[in-house]
Design a protein around this ligand. Structure first.
Ligand SMILES: Nc1ncnc2c1ncn2[C@@H]1O[C@H](COP(=O)(O)OP(=O)(O)OP(=O)(O)O)[C@@H](O)[C@H]1O
Ligand SMILES: [Mg+2]
Length: 269
């Protein structure tokens, strides 16, 4: 469904004043990977390793410096404006921080219907149908229609993340990018949100691109995993194989630092 071929991304280098240029940062170096429909693919790496940069390139919020990204076989750099709109409906993102990612001035109804308005030509829903769908999505994520008129500050972190998930599902996407979706949450709430994500994946046939620096979470959630270090992939493969027999020193050092996880408890298995 999604193919990343030899992608590099360099930030900076633009002129500053008469003499200088902004220093260059190679955020991604020759990254290649492929996501299959219906799988849960994990990307693990420490802070600053290029994870968010890659997701921004996937949504074409950034242009790649080299290489290409194919979505359903089409190079996203060559999409027409209509093709790009379709990409942004079909690929949605859930952000790390549920406190920063919901506009505090909008009601929950407005937050969840907004993507349906942006993509109304594609979805073909009138205002009434959009509100009905918002109520239905809230139920799917464990909230309800009674929450439609409320505002973000009235919800806990876990509930806000559920609202963020409902919003991401509003355009009926195929691929959900989850950029550290649980790292701002308490451990007990983390498990509930991960269970919800698991159920939604089963019910809706979603493909997940799951970003985390937490190998425990990745082990709980992912079928396949790639490790990224300073912008380069250092290891990629089946999650079980990586945890059983890591090949790279980086994987071994990450595993050594990992608190004893229990993957048998995972709903994703
Ligand atoms: N807009 C930008 N301009 C310049 N450099 C940037 C920009 N965005 C990111 N970088 C740099 O690119 C590198 C990768 O950043 P990125 O945000 O992708 O890391 P990350 O893996 O998502 O980290 P974290 O786990 O902290 O979210 C970092 O060195 C960062 O400073
Ligand atoms: Mg990031």
């Amino acid at each position: 469904m999604l193919k990343v071929e030899g992608v590099s991304k360099v930030y900076g280098g633009e002129r500053r004043g008469f003499f200088g240029r902004a220093p260059e940062v190679a955020a991604l170096r020759d990254v290649s990977l492929a996501l299959r429909r219906g799988e849960s693919f994990g990307l693990v790496g420490e802070s600053g390793s290029g994870k968010t940069t890659l997701t921004r390139c996937l949504l074409r919020l950034e242009e790649v410096s080299a290489g290409r990204i194919l979505f359903e076989g089409e190079d996203i750099a060559r999409l027409s404006p209509a093709g790009l709109r379709a990409l942004r409906a079909r690929v949605q993102i859930v952000f790390q921080d549920p406190y920063a990612s919901l506009n505090p001035r909008l009601s929950i109804a407005e937050i969840v219907t907004e993507p349906m308005e942006i993509h109304r030509a594609r979805l073909g829903l009138d205002a009434r149908a959009r509100r009905d769908r918002a109520a239905e999505l809230l139920e799917r994520v464990g909230l309800g229609p009674q929450h439609l008129g409320r505002f973000p500050h009235e919800f806990s972190g876990g509930q806000r993340q559920r609202i963020g998930i409902a919003r991401a599902l509003a355009t009926a996407p195929d691929l959900l990018i989850l950029d550290e979706p649980t790292s701002a949450l308490d451990v007990s709430v983390q498990a509930q949100v991960l269970n919800l994500l698991h159920d939604l994946q089963q019910q809706m046939g979603l493909t997940y691109f799951f970003i985390s620096h937490d190998l425990g979470v990745i082990r709980y959630v992912c079928d396949r995993v790639a490790l990224i270090y300073r912008g380069q992939l250092v290891e990629e493969g089946e999650a079980e194989a990586l945890f059983r027999a890591p090949r790279s020193d980086y994987a071994r050092s990450l595993l050594a630092a990992m608190p004893d996880p229990d993957p048998d408890l995972s709903p994703f298995r």
